[in-house]
Write a protein that binds this ligand. Structure first.
Ligand SMILES: C[S@@+](CC[C@H](N)C(=O)[O-])C[C@H]1O[C@@H](n2cnc3c(N)ncnc32)[C@H](O)[C@@H]1O
Length: 283
């Protein structure tokens, strides 16, 4: 991203994700994978012949690989080089990459207008400093008549989404100043109407936004391992704290997790997200 386009929030996001690919793949990637089929259903029509699909903020490549398996000609793009390498490797056969990876950050993608038949962005617009400009960029690179789909976390969050944050708060751990919140002027309501407004403002038509709720089932140690490995803002907040505070947060986590433990001992973590999609107007 050109330096002048990167906000302080964007710069902190670059730090937050750096070096996290392996830990992300073991933890939150499984959570985000829940909506990967919905993203692809929203942009790929039956009978499309080898559509060109760009997956932006690909992370470790769940959506990109899913698109590849559905016959799309996929480019996997992420702001973090480690994520791009992991996404490309995830689709490798005998070491040979099957999908190209590109390191690039919203809101400035290195593709010409209308380069793709479809564009996906799974849980990315909630990680960018200028969500409206980012959505406009997603719409720019899809061809007229092509489709864009994005997921974000909804507000208010469900109980599974706040579990680790509550444990950190109970331990007195606060988000470090080096990880600023999104500027209020750039923010938008994380609601059906809020995401729809962003997608329409990007120039998309026939916009649909749907709420998706599900329970992510996972054992407590695995769920804790994500933030404890420094994944995402919560993880970096945790690992920036003193060791005693981290131990206290873990103890609070164990206590709070009991509220969400199912009969089989796994955590049943409610999550709520928004799936939005639309079409670029025919030229
Ligand atoms: C929560 S992960 C989602 C990854 C993947 N889409 C998935 O569903 O598993 C967010 C990803 O967005 C990437 N990201 C953050 N800011 C970005 C930006 N401005 N442009 C492109 N990617 C960005 C991060 O590096 C990270 O890989």
């Amino acid at each position: 991203m050109a330096t002048d386009l990167a906000t302080p929030f964007d710069r902190s996001e670059r730090q937050i994700w750096r070096g996290s690919a392996d830990a992300y793949a073991r933890s939150f990637a499984h959570l985000c994978a829940h909506l990967a089929p919905d993203l692809l259903d929203a942009v790929l029509a039956d009978g499309d012949r080898t559509p060109r699909l760009l997956d932006v903020g690909t992370g470790t490549g769940t959506v990109a690989l899913g698109a590849h398996e559905r016959g799309a000609d996929v480019v996997a793009c992420d702001a973090d080089p480690g994520m791009v390498a992991a996404a490309v490797a995830s689709a490798g056969v005998g070491g040979a990459p099957r999908l190209p990876g590109v390191v690039a950050a919203l809101p400035a993608l290195p593709f010409a207008d209308g380069s793709f038949d479809a564009v996906t962005a799974g849980f990315v617009l909630n990680h960018v400093g200028r969500p409206r400009a980012a959505a406009t960029e997603l719409a720019r690179v899809v061809r007229p008549g092509g489709r864009v789909a994005a997921t974000i976390w909804a507000a208010p969050p469900a109980a599974g989404q706040t579990l680790v944050g509550r444990a950190l708060a109970a331990a007195g751990i606060e988000r470090p100043a080096s990880f600023p919140a999104l500027d209020r002027d750039d923010d938008f309501p994380r609601t059906v109407d809020g995401l729809a407004e962003v997608l329409r403002g990007a120039g998309l038509v026939d916009v649909v936004v749907e709420e998706r709720r599900w329970e992510h089932r996972v054992d407590a140690d695995t769920w804790w391992a994500g933030p404890a490995s420094g994944v995402a803002t919560t993880g970096k907040t945790l690992t920036s704290a003193a060791p005693e505070a981290q131990a206290s947060a873990r103890a609070h986590f164990e206590r709070l997790a009991d509220e969400l433990r199912a009969d089989d001992g796994l955590l049943a973590l409610p999550h709520v997200a928004l799936l939005g999609y639309g079409q670029r107007l025919h030229g």
